[in-house]
Structures are given as C-alpha cells and as structure tokens.
Design a protein around this ligand. Structure first.
Ligand SMILES: [Zn+2]
Length: 103
C-alpha cells in the first residue's frame, strides 16, 4: 500500500518555534522520514519549541504515534503533539463505494 507522508513546515513569527503539519500518512515507515525532519526543523529554529500537528493527517498508525511520543521524551526542546481523538484510517484502504449493495 502506498502511504505518502506530507509535511508542511510552518515557521512562526516567533523565531524559536515551528509547526510541522502532517497531512499525509504517518505510518511506522514514514516515521523514519519524519524523525530527521523534526531534527532539521529544530536546528532551523534554534530548537525551542516544535509542534507536530496531526489533526489534518489522513492516516495515523498507532505505532507511529507512540514512536513520536517516545521521541518527545528526554529532549532538550519542547515537542508538542496535537493528534485527533480517533486515529484516521488510510483513505487508500477504504472501500471505494462502487459496486456496493444498494437498497
Ligand atoms: Zn496511508
């Protein structure tokens, strides 16, 4: 299955913080792409406060979210995670809706 990670980096007016907005699929695999991106962004803003916004993500794997939470611990900067209450399933796995049962 093709999971695409899309990340938008929003730099704040406050130069010490940045927001990483994830709009694609955050999976165990794509976590490997996101982790270095968090490090790069931290270096870019001088590493004060990074927010990872998952509320617009199309797909979140629970294991990737725990990796993200684990990585937030023991850092010398503040990593905030905004995640939706229910983790969205991948749209590419959803039934197409064609050929289904019609009433
Ligand atoms: Zn996906």
């Amino acid at each position: 299955m093709d999971h695409k990670l899309r990340v938008l980096v929003r730099l704040d007016v406050d130069p010490s913080s940045a927001v990483l907005e994830v709009t694609g699929c955050l999976t165990a695999d794509s976590w490997g792409t996101l982790a270095p991106l968090i490090r790069k962004t931290t270096a870019l803003v001088g590493g004060q406060r990074i927010t990872v916004d998952l509320t617009s993500a199309q797909h979140i794997e629970g294991s990737a979210l725990s990796s993200l939470r684990d990585s937030a611990a023991g850092r010398d900067f503040e990593l905030r995670i905004q995640s939706p209450e229910f983790l969205p399933e991948c749209p590419s796995l959803a039934p197409s809706g064609r050929g289904g049962m019609q009433p």
